[in-house]
Design a protein around this ligand. Structure first.
Ligand code: NAD
Length: 469
């Protein structure tokens, strides 16, 4: 069995203490991850701090070349990384699965390498010159979730490194192996200490990381509850924070659409990565005049989607990633049944190995049900009937989350106006959960603060300095 190691100062560090990583398709052991302790974390931060002295002085062009070299390396190793990702995360190799995720790493890396941080002249007169500079911050802590671990990992670390920072990364304990291997590959294009990775199942490591005086910035993607803890533990040292947190995105279907035409788009908006996607469509509001037809079309489409072991190339959805998430989904569906929800398909976990939960559509349910007002993060979609668009908008906005939202209509102008009334970071029309490397993405309300991607995302990894002469 492959021995996985921590990465500190471009050295692979073996640990006697390890934790097991299981395949969610069949509970088999995928590998043993090295378990970092607080002293490993301190070593990683020290290595990053030392590397920062030189890395922050390299030219922007040199760093762009490094990011492009990283994109080449990821391309070269994408098959190997995709397979490891499927084994530990569960998502299928094909479809919108692991190979797709590796493509997202590569496309984002290439886009990142094109970004510039020019000095901007704010005023230039005979007596005054005011310049705006963007300088690196220092050591960045990168903390990632288990749903898209390689994509999100690369989206966090590459702009941080391009801006001249160095990084200490901590992957989720559920999916650490592919991140360790990806980082080992990425380090081939970087000087020692620029990227360090400490995997751990010890919660003390995360707490120490987010309160450590030598960490200047935290880029975190994960749940809103953990986001709150990070705000609190980083408060004393006033760290810069980018927090990409939970979502409970609403989609609103207007009466003028063709249910048959939009069914496939609606389905994948909700079930991308088995619903384990921050900005997946998690609550669907459908006008009463087409409610039954939309439900029927979604059920018909759901029946065509094969679910099973991700290594079997015919499957388009895999298992739920871990036991906690699986239990949460079972509980939320039970709560919906008790509240009188009508199960259109799925609704009962099969017996047998793995955390498989069937594609589940629930009708005749309202906003008071936990399946609607909490983030389910799994393959279950509640479908809520509305009569008046104003009520649907109020319901969509009556949630503490505000990551994404969507309006589905044949009238693009009206849909765009309604989209603007959704309280969220991204509002889509006739699509959902579409992200791009050149377009900023971030949450409103408790879905986070700061943005990722594009120039604005890169600037989050810098300190603005004004030089006024
Ligand atoms: P999580 O919050 O449980 O864990 C995320 C990471 O934080 C893991 O690496 C975990 O080990 C670490 N962590 C946990 N407690 C910590 C602490 N006290 N200090 C420091 N680190 C700590 O989230 P998850 O279950 O891995 O991911 C699912 C959640 O992530 C969902 O809510 C989803 O919506 C959200 N998410 C958001 C985005 C976005 O861009 N907004 C993207 C993906 C996922």
């Amino acid at each position: 069995m492959t021995e996985y190691k921590l990465i500190i100062n471009n050295q692979l560090i073996s640990k006697e203490e390890t934790f097991d990583v299981f395949n969610p398709s069949d509970d088999s052991l995928v590998g043993r991850a090295p378990k970092a302790n607080e002293s490993d974390l301190d070593n990683a931060i020290e290595a990053a701090k030392n590397a920062y002295k030189k890395w922050s002085k390299t030219s922007h062009q040199e760093r762009q070349q490094a990011i492009n070299a990283i994109a080449d390396l990821l391309e070269e190793h994408s098959d190997e990384l995709a397979k490891l990702l499927t084994l530990e995360q569960g998502k299928p190799l094909k479809g919108i699965g692991s190979e797709f995720e590796l493509q997202a790493c590569i496309i984002w890396a290439r886009a990142c390498a094109t970004l510039e941080l020019p000095v901007e002249i704010l005023e230039e007169t005979e007596t005054t010159r005011i310049e705006q500079h963007r300088k690196p911050l220092g050591v960045v802590a990168s903390i990632t979730p288990w749903n898209w671990p390689l994509a999100i990992g690369s989206w966090q670390i590459l702009p941080a490194i391009l801006a001249g920072n160095t990084v200490v990364m901590k992957p989720s304990m559920f999916t650490p192996l592919s991140t360790l291997r990806m980082a080992e590959i990425i380090c081939q294009a970087l000087p020692a200490g620029v990227l360090n990775v400490v995997a751990s199942s010890d919660s003390g490591v995360g707490k120490r990381m987010t309160s450590h005086p030598d960490i200047a910035k935290i880029t975190f993607t994960g749940s809103t509850d953990t986001g709150r803890k990070i705000v609190s533990s980083s408060a004393n040292t006033l760290k810069r924070l980018t927090l990409e947190l939970g979502g409970n995105d609403a989609g609103i279907v207007l009466p003028d659409v063709s249910p048959e035409k939009i069914a496939e788009g609606l389905f994948w908006s909700a079930f991308i990565n088995n619903g384990q996607t921050c900005a997946a469509l998690k609550r669907l509001y459908v006008h009463e005049s087409i409610y039954d037809e939309v439900c029927d079309q979604l059920v018909a489409y759901a029946k065509t989607v094969p679910v099973g072991d991700g290594m079997d190339e015919s499957n388009l959805l895999g298992p739920v990633q871990n036991t906690e998430q699986f239990e949460k989904i079972c509980e939320l569906v039970e709560s919906a049944k008790q509240a009188g929800g009508r199960i259109l398909c799925g609704g009962q976990a099969p017996s047998g190995k793995g955390y498989f939960y069937p594609i589940t559509l629930v009708a005749d349910i309202d906003d008071s049900c936990p399946l609607v007002n909490q983030e389910q993060f799994g393959p279950v979609l509640p479908i809520i009937k509305y009569t008046d668009i104003e009520d649907a908008l109020s319901a969509a906005n009556a949630n503490e989350n505000g990551l994404g939202g969507s309006i589905w209509s044949a009238d693009i102008e009206r849909a765009s106006t309604l989209a603007g009334r959704l309280e969220c970071g991204t509002a889509w029309v006739n699509k959902h959960a579409e992200i791009r490397p050149d377009i900023p993405f971030g949450g409103a309300k408790t879905s986070g603060c700061g943005v990722s991607f594009g120039k604005l995302g890169l600037e989050e990894f810098t300190q603005l300095q004004v030089i006024s002469v």
